[in-house]
Design a protein around this ligand. Structure first.
Ligand SMILES: [Zn+2]
Ligand SMILES: [Zn+2]
Length: 432
């Protein structure tokens, strides 16, 4: 009888002493679902993006892949376990090999029998897992610089752009921009080295858009939160702290990553984005936050590697960084286990007690529900919650359980600020 927790390769499992992983071995602070950046760094035993670049350029010592082909193979290996019985390649009998589902080219099986038994479950997600399998390769183009594609100035005000359709309606035809990537050298290198045939152009264009949407989802969610709390970047500069940021947002991050906010709030007085988290990856954004007002009509990004409450103690309290007008967190996953609640607790209490407008996103409605319970337990004043109109369009597979329905980054949100007003607490505060 196989364990309920699938036998992932040892090297994948994060340490059990870390508050940033849940019991199934998933990183939870930044991603309950591991993204490509995680896979690259962890499976390839790379420390950070710089080492990854060095490895590609053949400069790093002791890096165990020599070329793109090997890199893509190593990435694919992280998905190689039987979706039916969880067997790993090394558990198979001599001469046996895991075979991929020919429809989705995503999940593997040890035998026809395992595949047959699993089909009842797998058929519900096979179609969408086909897209996931394409996306996880195409996502590499974020690291080569092909993505994100340039975007147009906004012809509508921020308040009028309520969802993706509104945003897309200002962009004109994306096809020529996407076609440039399709005909690019990196796209060719990708399919030359990936262990599967190149999908057709329509599939690739859709995949590029899904990946672009995940990138933009973070920026537009910040913009949504700015509006949500009625902050006006035209009236005064706005400082946004992104808490719990990690590999996914910071690996290969560019100073221009939040420039869509310039389109959203044209002529603003300066927007500062400080990314704070224990897993922030070193790179050009690793520079001190601003002490005073930033440059007008520019977005200034910086990053600080620490837990958020430590950042306050070390930097904000010493007035080496501006206090935030808004704090945003992308799927913190503080519902995932007890350790996480403990890990997040000082930050959540700080946000509550300093009365900071806070906006957090979740991967699913279930995560939203559990997160709400935790926040209510802490007597947070919840202002709003629900589906995020700027959710990522890219499905995320729960890697260890591929037949679970995929989830989407930033699909739901909760906004909260300060302590629940006394009258709403009812009898709960009677002993206070
Ligand atoms: Zn099997
Ligand atoms: Zn399939």
């Amino acid at each position: 009888m196989a364990s309920q927790i699938p036998a992932l390769p040892q090297s994948y499992a994060p340490g059990t002493d870390s508050v940033f992983s849940d019991q199934s071995g998933f990183y939870s602070l930044d991603s309950n679902v591991p993204g490509l950046s995680k896979v690259i760094l962890n499976k390839l035993n790379l420390k950070d993006y710089g080492e990854y670049r060095a490895a590609l350029e053949g400069k790093a010592r002791g890096i165990s892949f020599r070329n793109y082909k090997e890199m893509f193979q190593r990435m694919e290996e992280t998905f190689k376990f039987c979706a039916g019985c969880n067997k790993l390649p090394e558990h198979l009998a001599e001469g046996q090999a895991l075979k991929r589902c020919v429809k989705c080219l995503n999940v593997y099986y040890c035998t026809k029998d395992c595949q047959r038994k699993d089909w009842v479950q797998h058929k519900k997600v096979c179609k969408i897992l086909r897209l996931v399998a394409i996306d996880r390769l195409v996502e590499w183009l974020m690291f080569t610089g092909d993505l994100p594609i340039p975007t147009e100035k906004w012809s509508k005000s921020a308040g009028e752009v309520k969802n993706w359709d509104d945003w897309l309606s200002m962009q004109g035809d994306l096809t020529p921009r996407l076609n440039t990537i399709l005909s690019g050298a990196n796209m060719a290198a990708l399919w030359k080295n990936a262990s599967r045939p190149r999908p057709d152009d329509a599939d690739l264009r859709q995949s590029l858009w899904r990946i672009q949407s995940e990138f933009l989802s973070r920026v537009l969610t910040v913009g949504l939160a700015v509006q949500h709390f009625k902050l006006d970047p035209h009236a005064k500069p706005v400082t946004v702290h992104l808490v719990g940021t990690s590999h996914n947002e910071t690996m290969g991050a560019r100073l221009t990553d939040f420039d869509e906010l310039n389109h959203m709030f044209p002529g603003h007085q300066g927007i500062e984005v400080v990314m704070v988290g224990p897993e922030v990856v070193d790179g050009p954004i690793m520079r001190p936050p601003l002490r005073a007002f930033g440059p007008k009509q520019r977005v200034y990004i910086s990053a600080y590697k620490a837990l958020y409450h430590q950042f306050w103690e070390d930097v904000v309290d010493k007035q080496e960084a501006a206090k935030p007008d808004l704090v945003v967190g992308f799927h913190p996953g503080f519902h995932a286990n007890q350790g996480l609640v403990e890990g997040w607790l000082p930050t959540l209490l700080l946000l509550r007690d300093y009365n900071i407008p806070s906006f957090f996103t979740m991967f699913s409605e279930m995560e939203l529900k559990y997160s709400l319970e935790i926040l209510l337990e802490l007597e947070m004043h919840i202002r709003d919650s629900g589906p995020n109109p700027f959710t990522s369009q890219k499905p995320e597979q729960v890697q260890a359980c591929p037949n679970k329905p995929p989830v989407y980054c930033n699909s739901h949100y909760i906004s909260f600020q300060g302590l629940l007003p006394q009258e709403d607490l009812g009898g709960r505060r009677a002993d206070a």
